[in-house]
Design a protein around this ligand. Structure first.
Ligand SMILES: [Zn+2]
Length: 286
């Protein structure tokens, strides 16, 4: 892990700050604009290791493919909302992973995606989806082609979210929309849990937005906020028990996790809204 020298000199949001105050040990907060970031930003090679096969299997996810049903339940909830703003046209997803969203979205829009994970892209391609493997900043994107860019729980993973939003703003079709979800570090739960908030886990999560900093980033790139809500998620019961037992090293949860697996109930899911995840839709102003 290396400290990105550029990060020490300027803030990606306000561009002028040289001073950060430490926050919860692993994070920094810009004294000027209050943008929160990880205090160590991994280089590209380290990120490729982070997002190898283990990321989706026993890394950040227990077994991503087994969680398909719960993940798609979330997307099914949000598609009608997206259709209100962009009824048809071309959609591009950044961080398309295994293609679970695009697989549903292709019924309503012409879809494409990009992801940094090779195994994820290979799987998405096997579903017949048009995805590219790589970094969105490195791939050519045809100007004025896409009406909707989606980033589901992705912006917090990026080394330079400012450059992503800038590139989206420069290439999006006139009046096009961006839709994203991300954690809100100013929400009630992180204020109570502080450094123990479940979303704080660099090096996968590098930026921790609030309404204030996320809106500022979008407005800086001529996006007008048209919708915002705090959304819940369908969560895999198996993954939740796994997280509680293995990650917290708690014997009682481990026993419950083993018991659940013996029941062979498949992957049941439950809905939980802790009001700390933002869903934001913004329109590009010409
Ligand atoms: Zn700043």
């Amino acid at each position: 892990m290396t400290i990105n020298p550029k990060m020490e000199h300027f803030c990606i949001l306000c561009g002028q700050s040289t001073e950060h105050e430490p926050l919860y040990q692993k994070l920094n907060k810009c004294k000027t604009c209050s943008l929160v970031s990880a205090n160590k930003i991994p280089d590209r090679q380290e990120l490729e290791t982070v997002y190898g096969t283990n990321y989706f299997f026993e890394g950040e996810y227990l077994n991503y493919l087994e969680e398909k049903d719960s993940l798609q339940k979330n997307f099914k909830k949000w598609i009608p909302l997206l259709k209100k703003f962009v009824p048809h046209g071309k959609l591009f997803e950044i961080g398309s992973a295994y293609g679970f969203f695009l697989e549903l979205a292709r019924d309503y829009w012409e879809v494409q995606g990009v992801d940094i994970s090779h195994p994820a892209c290979d799987y998405a391609k096997s579903l017949g989806l048009h995805v590219q493997c790589g970094d969105f900043l490195d791939i050519p994107v045809e100007a004025d082609k896409f009406d909707l860019f989606c980033l589901w729980d992705t912006i917090e993973h990026l080394k330079r979210p400012d450059l992503y939003v800038k590139k989206i703003g420069e290439t999006i079709a006139p009046g096009g929309m961006i839709c994203l979800t991300t954690g809100d570090i100013d929400a009630f739960v992180p204020r109570i849990q502080k450094g123990k908030w479940r979303m704080i886990h660099p090096p996968t999560h590098l930026f921790y937005f609030s309404k204030k900093t996320l809106f500022a980033l979008l407005r800086k790139n001529d996006f007008k906020i048209v919708y915002v809500s705090r959304v819940g998620f369908y969560r895999s019961l198996k993954r939740t028990l796994f997280n509680l037992s293995f990650l917290k090293k708690n014997g009682k949860w481990k026993a419950l996790y083993d018991y659940y697996n013996r029941l062979k109930l498949g992957d049941l899911s439950f809905y939980l809204n802790l009001y700390d995840i933002l869903l934001v839709i913004a329109r590009k102003e010409s």
